[in-house]
Design a binder for this molecule. Structure first.
Ligand code: ARG
Length: 429
């Protein structure tokens, strides 16, 4: 641990204790270091604007930061145990290259606002990415809803066959769900789009830091004004981001459940292309839908991450080192969540219905509800119509297509209103 920033003569540094303090931070910080480098650049610009750095000093720092960023991106610089964390690594590199000029970078800032701004930028990128994936999934679902209007699929309640539904109704549901998820992710993006840099340790500094400049230079929509709130929002914003991600993954969990049932021999409504399945190590006959099972399982990781962050927030105001652990939670939750969502659009595009099996599962009793409503609409009191329609002889001459096109309540198979969803999709709302 040769690069402890706060080391002073006479201060005892114990290797075991340092390892405990750093924990897995140097590994986790590999996720965040490029954001920290970017924010360091904006901070240096701000320092130049208030006369702390000369123009040539700023230029030198900017050049070194760009080179470090390229080295990180190209794998030539890897954060490791030589450093306590990414903040130390960036500062050490500037000092190594620029001597006294490098020593100026930390003027008026704290690792507390550094870690806040780096994770904030990281979260914004991940939320935008997740929103894009949900939007893409909604787009595929909409395409398929439009294309597969007349394909009957049993509609289930209690896992019992209930009414005739259709592939298009199934798709429309997921299209609207993922549109909502994309919207929530975008709203959360806006909610956390506030710049904490310049709050320093949580109480400001005795310098007129140009926080307006760093806010716009880093692309934030607003400044997080109260220096104390910047600290209060650590963990709170992480939790909000995980919740937004979680709502998409809850939908993914149910969708994956549907597919794992539909792909089983008992239902056999869906065929998954071979690349989404794996073989069994023991049973030569098996193809297993492991991909959708892992998609289903991912919510557990996000739920765990939410709980971890929430538990860490049991703190009074101000910075506390406990909060360091919130980085692991978001890296784990978003890592798994984005990986699963990333495969979703193609999976949805590639899954194949088995129409004969779907039609075969559409047996006559599924028409009872339609018939009861039809009799009631013709004037029979609803309860009488219900009894009449329970008679199996009355189901005989009905066919699924007619039943589906008669389902004209808005949002049902005969009136899906896909153009409304399509407009929402096109407007990115
Ligand atoms: N690794 C630390 C974290 O994530 C960085 C901030 C350290 N600040 C401090 N005052 N010790 O919270």
């Amino acid at each position: 641990m040769s690069n402890v920033l706060w080391a002073k003569p006479g201060m005892d540094i114990d290797a075991d204790i340092q390892r405990f303090l750093a924990g897995d931070d140097v590994i986790l910080d590999r996720e965040f270091i490029r954001y920290d480098i970017r924010a360091s650049g904006a901070h240096a610009e701000g320092l130049e604007r208030i006369g702390i750095l000369a123009a040539d000093e700023l230029a030198a720092i900017a050049r070194e930061l760009a080179e470090l960023d390229a080295d990180v991106a190209g794998g030539r610089f890897v954060l490791d145990e030589r450093f306590e964390d990414m903040h130390s690594a960036i500062e050490a590199r500037l000092i190594e290259r620029l001597g006294d000029v490098g020593k100026k970078i930390h003027t008026g800032r704290s690792r507390n606002d550094q870690v806040l701004v780096a994770t904030r930028l990281w979260l914004k990128d991940r939320l935008a990415h997740a929103a894009g994936l949900c939007h893409a999934a909604a787009g595929v679902a909409l395409d398929r809803a439009e294309a597969e209007a007349h394909l009957p699929l049993p509609g289930y309640t209690h896992l019992q066959r209930a009414m005739v539904s259709s592939a298009a109704m199934w798709w429309a549901g997921w299209a609207e769900a993922f549109l909502d998820d994309a919207g929530r992710l975008r709203q959360t993006w806006s909610w956390i789009d506030a710049n904490p840099l310049g709050s320093a340790a949580g109480y400001g500094v005795n310098l007129p830091l140009d926080r307006d400049h760093t806010t716009s230079a880093l692309g934030f929509g607003r400044m997080q004004v109260a220096a104390t709130y910047a600290q209060l929002s650590r963990g709170k914003f992480e939790l909000a981001a995980l919740e937004a991600l979680g709502s998409a993954l809850l939908d993914l969990r149910r969708l994956a459940w549907d597919l794992s049932l539909f792909a089983s021999a008992e239902y056999a409504f869906v065929r998954l292309p071979a690349k989404y399945t794996t073989g069994s190590s023991l049973m030569p006959n098996k193809r297993n839908p492991d991909v959708i099972e892992l998609m289903r399982g991912v919510y557990a990781s996000v739920a765990a991450a939410k709980i971890e962050v929430e538990q860490l927030l049991s703190l009074p105001s101000g910075y506390h080192r406990d909060l360091q652990y919130s980085k692991g939670a978001i890296v784990h939750g978003f890592g798994r969540g984005l990986a699963a969502l990333g495969l979703l659009p193609d999976l949805l595009r590639a899954m194949e219905w088995q129409p004969e099996r779907m039609r075969a599962a559409t047996e006559a009793s599924r028409y009872a509800t339609g018939l009861a409503v039809e009799l009631a609409a013709a004037g029979l009191p609803c309860r009488g119509a219900y009894r009449e329609a329970a008679n199996p002889e009355r189901w005989a001459d009905r066919d699924p297509d007619a039943s589906l096109s008669a389902r004209v309540s808005p949002g049902a198979a005969g009136a899906l209103r896909l153009d409304g969803l399509r407009q929402r999709w096109a407007a990115g709302r």
